[in-house]
Design a protein around this ligand. Structure first.
Ligand SMILES: [Zn+2]
Length: 326
C-alpha cells in the first residue's frame, strides 16, 4: 500500500532545495556522472524529458532519517509543508542513496551532513491543506505540527490517501501477486468504503504493473496506437464486476491495455466487440465523428488475442448482444 511522507520545509536549506531541485527539476545530465548505468537508464525511462524533480534527506541523528527513508517506495505520496499548511504533494518514482550526487546538488549543511538519502518525484501538485485538517484526518490532536521528515503508518496513510483520493497516474506501488490475491479474497468479504477504495487502488496498481512493467509508453491493444501509459487503462475484457474470483485472478488474460481516447469506453459500452481476434462494430447510437473513429477500428486485428483470452471476448460479445453487428 502507498504511504504518506511528510516533508516539512520550514528551514532555509529545505526552502532552497524545494525551489532549486524540485520546482526547477534537475537536468538528467547533471545526474548522469554520479549514478550507475542501470540507475541512469531507469531515471531516463521515468523522465523522458530529462527533467528530474529531486529531493533528499540527511541521515539524521543515529540514522533516524535513513531508517525512515528505507521504507519509502514508488507511488508513495510526499506532502511538503510549511507554516502549518501542506502546500504541495508529489508521487515518489524512485530512490537512490548517493553521497556524491547529493553533495554536487546541495553541498553540505552546517553539521557537515549532506542530503544523501535521495528520492525522485513526479506529478507534483500544489494545494492548500491546513495542518489542522490533516490532524483531523489522521486523528492527531489539533495542535500537532509537522516537525521533521516522517513516513506515516499504513492506517494514517490510507486515511489521507482515501480522503484526498490520491492516486499516481504513472507510478505503481509494488503489489505482489500474493497481495493481489489477498485483495481479491477480501473483496468478497467486506464492502467498507475506504477499505474498498484502497483495495481498488491496489488491484489497479497490480494490474497496471503486470501490463506495463517499467514502461512509460505502451500500445493500446484496440487501436494499436502508442500512448504514455497515463492514457491507458488496464481494461477488463469481461466486465470486472461480473467476473468470478478465479477470472479476476487470471490477470494475465482478463485485462489488456486500452486507451482513454475512446477505445476503453467504446469497448466497455459495447460499441466495439472482438470476434476471432478482429474488431467488429456493434450498431448503436452514433454521430458523424464517432463513425470516423469507429471505422478506423473496424476489422483491426487485436495484437494479443489468443486462445487464453478468447473466451472473455466471447463473453463480452454476448454481453453486448451481437444481433445488430454490421
Ligand atoms: Zn486505442
Amino acid at each position: 500500500m502507498s504511504r504518506v511522507i511528510l516533508q516539512p520545509t520550514g528551514n532555509k536549506d529545505a526552502r532552497e532545495h524545494y525551489v532549486d531541485t524540485l520546482i526547477r527539476p534537475v537536468d538528467i545530465l547533471r545526474i548522469k556522472p554520479f549514478v550507475t548505468e542501470d540507475q541512469f537508464e531507469r531515471i531516463k525511462e521515468l523522465y523522458p524529458n530529462g527533467l528530474v524533480p529531486t529531493w533528499g534527506v540527511t541521515a539524521g541523528v543515529n540514522n533516524v532519517n535513513a531508517n525512515k527513508w528505507n521504507r519509502i517506495e514508488p507511488a508513495d505520496v510526499t506532502f511538503f509543508s510549511a507554516k502549518r499548511v501542506l502546500y504541495s504533494y508529489g508521487f515518489v518514482t524512485y530512490k537512490i542513496h548517493n553521497v556524491p550526487l547529493a553533495e554536487h546538488l546541495w553541498g553540505r549543511d552546517s553539521k557537515g551532513q549532506t542530503w544523501e538519502y535521495m528520492y525522485f518525484l513526479d506529478e507534483i501538485r500544489e494545494h492548500d491543506i491546513p495542518v489542522s485538517l490533516f490532524n483531523e484526518i489522521v486523528g492527531y490532536s489539533p495542535n500537532f505540527n509537522v516537525q521533521g521528515f516522517s513516513v506515516l503508518d499504513e492506517q494514517k496513510s490510507n486515511a489521507l490517501i482515501s480522503y484526498f483520493d490520491l492516486e499516481s497516474e504513472t507510478a505503481f506501488q509494488p503489489v505482489t501477486e500474493r497481495d493481489y490475491k489477498e485483495v481479491i479474497e477480501a473483496f468478497n468479504k467486506d464492502t467498507l468504503d475506504i477499505e474498498g477504495k484502497t483495495k481498488s487502488r491496489a488491484e489497479q496498481g497490480f494490474l497496471r504493473k503486470a501490463l506495463f512493467g517499467n514502461r512509460t509508453i505502451h500500445t493500446c491493444q484496440i487501436c494499436g496506437k502508442e500512448y504514455p501509459i497515463q492514457f491507458l487503462v488496464a481494461a477488463h475484457i469481461k466486465k470486472r464486476s461480473l467476473c468470478t474470483k478465479e477470472e479476476k485472478l487470471d490477470y494475465q488474460n482478463i485485462v489488456m491495455p486500452m486507451c482513454k481516447f475512446g477505445c476503453d469506453d467504446l469497448f466497455e459500452k459495447g460499441y466495439i466487440i472482438v470476434k476471432n481476434g478482429k474488431v467488429v462494430l456493434n450498431q448503436k447510437l452514433t454521430t458523424e465523428w464517432l463513425d470516423v473513429y469507429l471505422h478506423n477500428l473496424a476489422g483491426r486485428e487485436i495484437d494479443n488475442w489468443n486462445e487464453r483470452n478468447a473466451k472473455y471476448f466471447v463473453w463480452h460479445a454476448k454481453h453486448h448482444s451481437l444481433s445488430k453487428v454490421r
